[in-house]
Design a protein around this ligand. Sequence first.
Ligand SMILES: N[C@@H](CCC(=O)N[C@@H](CS)C(=O)NCC(=O)O)C(=O)O
Length: 209
Amino acid sequence: MSTRRRNEYKLYYFNTKGRAELARLILAYAKVPYDDIRYEREDWPKHKDRMPNGQLPVLEWKGQLLPESLAIARFLARRHNLAGTDEWQWAKIDAMTDTIYDTLGEAKLIFMAGEDEEKKKEAVGNFSKNAIEPLFKRLDKMLEDNGTDYLIGNQCSMADLALFSCYDFAVALCGDRLPKCQHVAALHARVGQIPSIKAWIEKRPVTPF
Ligand SMILES: N[C@@H](CCC(=O)N[C@@H](CS)C(=O)NCC(=O)O)C(=O)O
């Protein structure tokens, strides 16, 4: 009989960072082992009907299934000490994470451009100028004014991990069109140096997005 303990969580998604990476970063930060289940696109139809909304990501915990990427991230952040030190901090962390997620949602026009390179280039330019630049500039000023190492309070939270993930996504899409925001870049580097995050970045499957 195997003596290996079962992992507490199973996280179902596709083989991309996408909407699951924030949950993966939270679990990496907290050093919680979990089953990182990545469906191939061609196998997805077999599993779709079992999922509460017919979509991924889904978190399985104690035999129950939780859909919605942000609900999953919030649940994990609360359980693993990434939710701030009081209710107001938690509300601010929550709001900041929503803001970052909404900004990422603006990238959909890039993916909708498909193989049309001209349209894609234009959409990347718009995303960089109208979505990423205003967000990063606002956060840069906020970090400078607050003089803190993290977005909310004095310790790493779900919001910092969301920004870390958003920054990587923006670099992958916009490259040198990314605005130069030194405090945001420093925060990204700081989070990337947290040993458990660094270990995850080194071992995670390599995918563009
Ligand atoms: N609001 C949901 C959206 C989930 C969603 O759009 N999932 C996509 C992948 S990113 C999906 O499952 N697509 C496959 C399908 O709809 O069959 C969330 O944030 O989790």
